[in-house]
Design a protein around this ligand. Structure first.
Ligand SMILES: [Fe+2]
Length: 370
C-alpha cells in the first residue's frame, strides 16, 4: 500500500492522501488551499470519506485547506499541539495516533524546522514535512527553528527508523518524489556523516530569502486556513428590526458579549456545532432540532435561565435566518434581543458553499472545531 502523492506546483508542496481499502476512510496530510477542488475530486474519484486533515507544522509558504475540508468533506482537523493552530479539533502530542478504518498514523514530534513540528509514521512510510527533505532539510532560521534540535530529530528519531522506510517529504524543488531512510542516512547532503557542529555551521550559512507568502500564510494557517477579513468595516451599531431589538454584526455581538453587556446564545443543533465548529463559552440552546421540526419546547425556559434581567441577548445560527425567529421569540419573552447577521458560517458563495462570505468564523472571532 502506498499513499497518493499530490503536488502543488506554485509552492512545490506535496500533499498525501492515505486511505483504508475496506472502509474507504481517509486521512490527508498537508492539504493546500489552492488545490481544494482537486482534492475534493480525488476523494470522489476514489470513493473516500475523509476523516482527518493533518498538518506537519504551521506552514509559511502556502495556506492549508484544512478548515475548508472540514466544512466541505466533513473531516476533523488535527495539528501538532506545539504549533499554535488553535482551531484544530485535535491537538497532537508525541506518540498520539489517528485512526481511519483499520489504519492508523503515529505522530513523531520532530522539532527543528519549527519547535512544534511533527512527522507521521504509517506502516513502512514516514511523512516528514520540512524536517527531512530529499538530500536536504527544512530551514531553521525563523519560526522557532533550531539547527541543534533539527539535527537531533533527524539523527535520533528519523534515522532510528528501519532503512527501508519510505520517506515522503513536504516539498521537493527538483521533481523528485520520495526517498528512503537508508538513502538519506548515507547520502543526505546536509547531514549524512556530519557532526552536530558541522550541521549547525551549514545551516547558519544558508541565508535563504523569506518565503514569498509568509506574512499571509502564517496567520491563516494558525486558524486552519480560514482567512480573516481584516478591513471591511463591521456594523458599529445595531440596526433596528421589526419584532425584536435589531440586527448586529458578528463583531459587535462579540464586543457586547466579551464586555458582559450581552449573553451569546448559539441556537444551532448539536450536530452543527459538533461538525462545523462551536464558540467556547457561548450558551448552546437549540431553536429547532431539525429543518421540518417544531421549535424546541425547552427554548423559553432555557433562555430565561441563561439571560439575567437587564442584559441583552445576541442569538447566533448558521447564517442569520433561524436566529431571527429565535430573536423574535426572545423579544416576546420581554428581552432586548438581537439577531447576529451572517451567523456562524455566513452566506453561500457562487458554488453554494459557506465559510467565505461573512459570518462569525470568517471574521476571525473565537471558535473551535468540536
Ligand atoms: Fe515549513
Amino acid at each position: 500500500m502506498k499513499p497518493i502523492q499530490l503536488f502543488d506546483p506554485a509552492s512545490n508542496t506535496f500533499t498525501y492522501l492515505l486511505f483504508d481499502e475496506a472502509s474507504r476512510e481517509a486521512l490527508i496530510i498537508d492539504p493546500v488551499d489552492a488545490q481544494i477542488e482537486r482534492d475534493l475530486g480525488a476523494l470522489r474519484t476514489y470513493g473516500l470519506k475523509l476523516l482527518w486533515t493533518v498538518e506537519t507544522h504551521a506552514h509559511a509558504d502556502h495556506i492549508t485547506s484544512a478548515g475548508q475540508l472540514a466544512e466541505h468533506a466533513g473531516a476533523r482537523t488535527a495539528a501538532p499541539a506545539g504549533c499554535g493552530i488553535t482551531t484544530a479539533a485535535v491537538q497532537l502530542e508525541d506518540g498520539d495516533t489517528l485512526s481511519f478504518g483499520g489504519e492508523e498514523i503515529r505522530a513523531l514530534h520532530t522539532p527543528g524546522h519549527t519547535a512544534g513540528g511533527m512527522c507521521y509514521l504509517w506502516r513502512s512510510h514516514v511523512f516528514t514535512g520540512d524536517t527531512l527533505l530529499i538530500s536536504g532539510c527544512g530551514r531553521t532560521d525563523f519560526q522557532s527553528g533550531s539547527a541543534e534540535a533539527l539535527y537531533r530529530s533527524i539523527t535520533q528519531i528519523l534515522f532510528a527508523l528501519p532503512d527501508a522506510t519510505t520517506v515522503w517529504p513536504g516539498h521537493d524543488y527538483q521533481g523528485r518524489t520520495h526517498t528512503t531512510i537508508g538513502a538519506e542516512k548515507s547520502g543526505n547532503a546536509r547531514i549524512a556523516g556530519k557532526t552536530l557542529a558541522e550541521f549547525v555551521a551549514i545551516m547558519d550559512t544558508l541565508h535563504l530569502p523569506r518565503p514569498k507568502r509568509m506574512d499571509e500564510a502564517l496567520p491563516a494557517n494558525l486558524s486552519s486556513g480560514i482567512q480573516h477579513d481584516a478591513g471591511g468595516g463591521p456594523l458599529l451599531e445595531a440596526r433596528p428590526a421589526p419584532g425584536y431589538a435589531g440586527d448586529v454584526s458578528p463583531q459587535l455581538a462579540h464586543k457586547w458579549w466579551r464586555s458582559g453587556e450581552a449573553v451569546l446564545i448559539d441556537v444551532r443543533t448539536d450536530a452543527e456545532r459538533e461538525w462545523v465548529g462551536f464558540i467556547p463559552d457561548a450558551v448552546p440552546l437549540v431553536w429547532k432540532p431539525g429543518p421540518s421540526m417544531a421549535t424546541n419546547n425547552a427554548f423559553d425556559d432555557g433562555l430565561r435561565a441563561a439571560v439575567p434581567k437587564g442584559k441583552k441577548v445576541v442569538l447566533l445560527c448558521r447564517s442569520g435566518v433561524r436566529s431571527i425567529a429565535a430573536a423574535k421569540r426572545a423579544a416576546e419573552l420581554g428581552m432586548e434581543a438581537y439577531n447576529i447577521l451572517e451567523g456562524f458560517e455566513g452566506d453561500p458563495d457562487e458554488r453554494a458553499q459557506r465559510g467565505h462570505k461573512g459570518g462569525w468564523r470568517h471574521h476571525g472571532l473565537p471558535w473551535r472545531q468540536g
